[in-house]
Design a protein around this ligand. Structure first.
Ligand code: PNW
Length: 489
């Protein structure tokens, strides 16, 4: 049986986010976030689900840390709820009960030899900053508020937390929150301009938090800080026509620059990709020379969330806003239309399962950015329709997803020179999947939402083996003869 060995010290972990798992929304002095408001807005979330209780991690964190330890996990990525520690978003009132919750969690992790990696902003903006200061469209007050919140986290937790992520997925926040309106705060009526303003502000948030860490904490605390960007791979749509093939290749490259280069170019090179400036003109904000200098080199590792791949071809189709439906994206600003392939399996949220796309993306990132500190895959995983306990107990679709994606990552590292240093499975546990509520499950652990009972799925055991051995064993299930038909993946 082929066994794939990973580099010594490779970080294997799992990931979660505060609003998706904590619950305790009205406990311990927590303030409200834009997700409390959005989830309670009629029509925004499937079945009107909210994160009020989520999977009750706020009360069950000890049990959850024990489940992590049972898997042999050595790393865990979670996010801090800004309004839990600063109810108004500002430092006028620090909620010590919220601080104590995260101290207890961090200490519990360390007591089980699990290293925390902490995201500062995983989408739960304090509601008061939205209503009073326009949130991510706001000016210096909000920027300063984020820097002050980051400073508080470094002060209170930085003695034990050595890896920080400033922001999770600014692409999703900008486009899904302000272009399509499917995530909080749910805006879409200025879809041609607001996403670019929000993205710009998020980049400045990142740069300022990094500056605070470097100037005031890093020398003493000795940690690392970076941003997590999400990107699906875009492969040129296959065609026999050489002229079209060249156009499709160009469209695929343009799509990656619009999705990932939008954020990674400023962070590594100090400015947006030229193709974005060409196509967007003055809709794309400009960095001052000082901002540009602050951004350049502001990543100490490349945090990457990756889930899927699609084909790309040029699109001239006009749509008043970007249009996402049935796995097809027409993004007029990028001039790209995506599509799938019937042979590709799809997850329960409709995302294509294309393991080789993950490898191509890792190599693309290595080639363009050669990131200092390497690439850390901060999320990868899939949704499976495993509400039923018996189905969840044997979630072979997810086992296979992980096996094949991790095998492609191994190939990227060992055969194609990608400097990947870590990998975090999304998610440690079933949770609140944003606008899908609890109807979509990404967890390695199943949750009975009536009783809050947890159960490790087959994928938790499978992944635990990888974590403990630092190897992936490719058993005979990967032999061609044994591969189920695509639809049965
Ligand atoms: C990520 N897309 O969100 C988030 O970081 C997680 O909180 C979330 O639960 C997970 O992925 C699964 O959805 C994404 O449309 C949302 O490409 C949308 C996209 C990508 C990531």
């Amino acid at each position: 049986m082929p066994t794939l060995q990973f580099p010594d010290g490779f970080q294997w972990g799992t990931a979660t986010a505060a609003y998706q798992i904590e619950g305790g929304a009205n406990e311990g002095g927590r303030g409200q976030s834009i997700w409390d408001a959005f989830s309670k807005t009629p029509g925004k979330v499937t079945l009107g689900h909210t994160g009020d209780v989520a999977v009750d991690h706020y009360h069950r964190y000890k049990e959850d840390v024990q489940l992590m330890a049972d898997m042999g996990l050595k790393h865990y990525r979670f996010s801090i709820s800004w309004p839990r520690i600063l109810p108004s978003g500002l430092t006028d009132h620090v909620n010590e009960e919220g601080i104590a919750f995260y101290n207890n969690l961090i200490n519990e992790l360390l007591a089980h030899d699990i290293t925390p990696i902490v995201t500062l902003y995983h989408w739960d903006l304090p509601l008061a900053l939205q209503t009073e200061y326009d949130g991510l469209l706001g000016g210096p007050v909000v920027l300063d508020a984020f820097a002050a919140y980051a400073r508080l986290c470094f002060e209170r937790f930085g003695d034990r937390v050595k890896q920080w992520i400033t922001i999770n997925e600014p692409w999703v926040v900008s486009l899904l929150g302000y272009g399509l309106g499917v995530l909080a705060p749910g805006r879409k009526h200025r879809a041609k301009t607001e996403p670019y303003l929000v993205a710009h502000n998020l980049l400045l948030w990142h740069a300022h938090a990094v500056q605070v860490y470097r100037r005031e904490f890093q020398a003493v605390q000795g940690g690392k800080i970076g941003i997590t960007l999400n990107c699906d791979w875009r492969a040129p749509k296959p065609t026999d026509d050489p002229t079209q093939a060249a156009l499709n290749a160009e469209a695929a490259e343009r799509a990656i620059l619009f999705d990932l280069g939008w954020f990674a170019d400023p962070v590594y090179f100090g400015d947006y990709p030229a193709v974005m400036r060409e196509r967007l003109g003055d809709r794309l904000p400009r960095f001052t020379p000082e901002e540009s200098a602050m951004l350049r080199g502001s990543n100490e590792f490349f945090g990457l969330n990756h889930y899927s791949t699609s084909y790309a071809e040029p699109s001239a189709e006009s749509s008043s806003a970007s249009d996402w439906s049935a796995g097809i994206i027409v993004w007029e600003d990028a001039g790209v239309k995506t599509s799938g392939n019937d042979a590709w399996p799809r997850t329960d949220v409709g995302w294509n399962v294309v393991p080789w796309g993950f490898r191509e993306l890792l190599v693309w990132i290595q080639t363009r950015y050669a990131p200092v500190g390497g690439i850390v895959v901060t999320e990868n995983g899939c949704a499976v329709a495993d509400d039923d306990r018996a189905i969840a107990a044997d979630d072979q679709f997810r086992v296979r997803y992980y096996r094949e994606y991790i095998a492609e990552m191994h190939k990227a590292i060992t055969e194609q020179g990608a400097d990947v240093r870590g990998y975090y499975a999304w998610s440690f546990i079933d949770n609140y999947e944003w606008s899908c509520g609890y109807t979509k499950r990404f967890g390695l652990h199943w949750v009975d939402y009536e009783t809050m009972e947890r159960m490790p799925k087959a994928s938790a055991k499978f992944y635990g083996h990888i974590v403990r051995s630092n190897t992936l064993v490719l058993d005979d299930k990967l032999d061609e003869s044994d591969v189920p038909a695509a639809s049965a993946f």
